[in-house]
Design a protein around this ligand. Sequence first.
Ligand code: FAD
Length: 297
Amino acid sequence: MKIGEILKRGTFSISFEFFPPKTEEGERDLFSTIKSLEHISPTFVSVTYGAGGSTRDKTRRIVEKIHKETHLTVMAHLTCIAHSKEEILDILNEYRKIGIENILALRGDIPTNIPDFKPPNGACKHADELVRLIRSNFGDYFSIGVASYPEGHPESPNMEWEIRYFKKKVMEGADFSITQMFFINDYYYEFLDMCYKEGVSIPIVPGIMPITNFRQVSRFASMCGATIPDDLIRRLEPYADDQEETTKIGIEFAIRQCEDLLRNGAPGLHFYTLNRSRATLEIYQALGNSIEALRRT
Ligand code: FAD
């Protein structure tokens, strides 16, 4: 099933993001997480990709396993910065061969562990080029998603710049977008307004990160430029070493955040699960009937 078409019909979407585990034990845990989330019947699940190309085989294998062994629609993330165009086309041909129809087209972070990193000759330097490459070689076969940043990508000097290049990805043929995590919904609403004013009308699904580990999420948030509200920091800080209390506070916060997004017409919710199911399940259950009603429409 093509995610862009589902979203275009106005069907409310629930989705979960996973990363390819490094060990066999991690993979077993991931598939038990997937099993416990499968009964919610998510619209789709997605599997991340290492920007340096390091997870190429792992991502592919996990994507294929989910596709073949579950009833879930799966989207493969693909980053272009470290691959030649030929490599990208090979990866996409492999996905087409096994029936994968959904790709999240990304540039990826510039690898900081490789001094003087230079993309291979002829590589796509930004995600808009990757979207163009996919559309020009595969037509409408793939439904293409792209990333968006309600608070601006850390490399963007201002929001005008942010919207200009986001719009470019849409003009090249992106069908929908998933946002970077954010904790203050006004950033998302303002971003939607800015996109609307620029004539960008693809569905933009908010990315939700339930906080279960304060230090880890603080690190992620500062790397990607997501603001954690001061009152939430004040609540979480005293429990930085207490995973149970952190999880409770994180879940309660995410429930309120999602309720507000539902009230304001978000086209779906994309959960950064970190390969665990508890927080996502509790949030989903707490949203209860309102979410079920939206999914039926
Ligand atoms: P781009 O859209 O290329 O944007 C990057 C920066 O360049 C922005 O500042 C933009 O304004 C600017 N820009 C864009 N186009 C141009 C242009 N033509 N000329 C000049 N400037 C331009 N990373 C991974 O490694 N693996 C993953 O699986 C992964 N999944 C993600 C999923 C989601 C939902 C999100 C939001 C992010 C994900 N990322 C992932 C992180 C992402 O790779 C990084 O944020 C990366 O730094 C930017 O990728 P992008 O596709 O947004 O890049």
